[in-house]
Design a protein around this ligand. Structure first.
Ligand SMILES: [Zn+2]
Length: 81
């Protein structure tokens, strides 16, 4: 799957994304790095707290790729993919 240009849902920078199995996208942002995000989380990107960006960065510093999702309580969760 070819990457397509897309603005980063965390910081709005010009980034690239590819469709990720089984659902969602894998973003590569010059500021936030590479992370996965579910379609659900992408659908309410305005509700993603600024802290999610820090979480993504922290996980990357530990060698993980972050996955951003919305849990059953409609809270944004950032977990290692
Ligand atoms: Zn970003």
């Amino acid at each position: 799957m070819l990457p397509e240009p897309a603005n980063c849902p965390l910081c709005s920078a010009a980034a690239e994304r590819t469709r990720a199995a089984p659902r969602g996208f894998r973003y590569t942002c010059p500021a936030c790095g590479t992370f996965h995000i579910s379609n659900t989380a992408l659908g309410c990107r305005n509700d993603i707290p600024a802290s999610a960006r820090e979480d993504v960065r922290r996980l990357r510093s530990f060698g993980y790729t972050a996955r951003i999702d919305i849990d059953k309580q409609h809270a944004v969760r950032v977990t290692p993919a």
